[in-house]
Design a binder for this molecule. Structure first.
Ligand code: PEP
Ligand code: MN
Length: 360
């Protein structure tokens, strides 16, 4: 499927002079909570109110959402504030209930996008309605799966589409809850330039202190909007407590953001440079994280050598490492001299780590 300019008409119709903002709690908890937050978000930059009614939990026992009763609360909030209402749907039954309760925006969660059967079922249930449908990226960094979700909905006659970038899960521990992998979203944007793209810094970071920074990065990449989890009592939230912000914090975050002009000729260079630098920064962060991990293993080796009273420097092993790395470096187009200098530095750090352990 190629780019479809009509996909972004719904967004243009808002006639906003700032990025689209979707905000509201991770989960609807009580009627009072839903209404209180909605009232605080009325007359702000927020256009769409979000709340999860059915919550996909990784393991049973967590809060699985209030269910269909929450739709009544959202309907009430809509009547009172005029905000558009968004809920997550994961199957045809959810879609039916959401349509019956006059929800305006449906989003497909990351755990659902991974499953083409579920996405197709949702697309069929929504066929030819005029709802706005937003597709979150799949949990795993698989662009085809994400594109496939967009295509299934478009083919079912849904023309008001958008994607939400909420980051990707990895086994590695990083400073993010879900690593952004910006280049994947950038690639999707290059495939469908008219498909609105919304960043969800809440699920990317998992921490409220990082939301500002990631929101700004998204705007620097010309994202069309932000989805930010907002709660009247974040620390007491029934799900995702650490990442939710209060309505006042949200207003501050939004006020402090610098909205860049959409690219024109003169901005094109800066824009491309920024995109590339963001990718470099992402890799630099990972390099440091990987080096930290490597040194922690060196510490364990140090402890093992101490227990067995073995010398730290093992020349033969070190020579093997260097040979292997210069060969692999060549494959990656890295100069031999660079690899030697890099690994000497890494080895030196590793030895000083081990020395600290042995002489403890
Ligand atoms: C959510 O938006 O609350 C949610 C469950 O998100 P995700 O599907 O991105 O994990
Ligand atoms: Mn959440």
């Amino acid at each position: 499927m190629e780019n479809k300019p009509e996909m972004r008409q719904w967004l243009e119709d808002f006639k906003l002079d700032h990025p689209l903002v979707i905000a509201g709690p991770c989960s609807a908890e009580t009627e009072e909570q839903v209404l209180d937050i909605a009232r605080q978000l009325k007359d702000t930059k927020v256009s769409i109110y979000r709340a999860g009614i059915w919550k996909p939990r990784t393991r049973p026992g967590g809060f699985e959402g209030v269910g269909a009763i929450g739709l009544k609360w959202l309907q009430k909030a809509k009547g009172e504030t005029g905000l558009l209402m968004a809920v997550e749907v994961a199957n045809a039954h959810h879609v039916k209930l959401a349509l019956e309760h006059d929800m305006d925006v449906l989003w497909i969660g990351a755990r659902t996008t991974v499953n083409p059967f579920a996405v197709q079922e949702i697309a069929d249930a929504l066929a030819d309605t005029d709802k706005i449908v937003l597709i979150k990226n799949p949990v795993n960094p698989d662009l085809a799966l994400w594109l496939g979700g967009v295509e299934r909905l478009y083919n079912a006659g849904i023309k008001k589409l958008g994607v939400i970038h909420r980051g990707f899960s990895t086994y590695e521990k990083t400073k993010y809850r879900n690593i952004p992998e910006w280049q994947l979203a950038i690639e999707l944007h290059e495939r469908f330039p008219d498909l609105p793209i919304i960043c969800d810094p809440s699920h990317i970071t998992g921490r409220r202190s990082m939301i500002q920074e990631v929101s700004q990065q998204a705007l620097d990449l010309n994202y069309d909007g932000l989805m930010i989890e907002t709660h009247n009592n974040p620390d007491k939230a029934w799900s995702d407590a650490a990442q939710q912000v209060t309505p006042d914090m949200l207003k501050e975050i939004l006020n402090d953001l610098t909205v860049r002009k959409k690219t024109d000729e003169t901005h094109e260079f800066n824009h491309r440079l920024k995109k590339l630098r963001l990718r470099i920064d992402e890799y630099d962060t990972r390099l440091i994280e990987i080096l930290g991990k490597r040194m922690r293993i060196a510490d364990e080796i140090g402890a093992l050598k101490r227990e067995n009273n073995v010398a730290i420097l093992q020349t033969r092993r070190w020579k093997q490492v260097l040979d292997k790395m210069t060969a692999e470096g060549l494959q990656e187009n890295l100069g031999e001299e660079f690899i030697l200098r890099l690994f000497r530095a890494i080895h030196q750090e590793s030895i000083s780590h081990q020395e600290k352990i042995i002489n403890k």
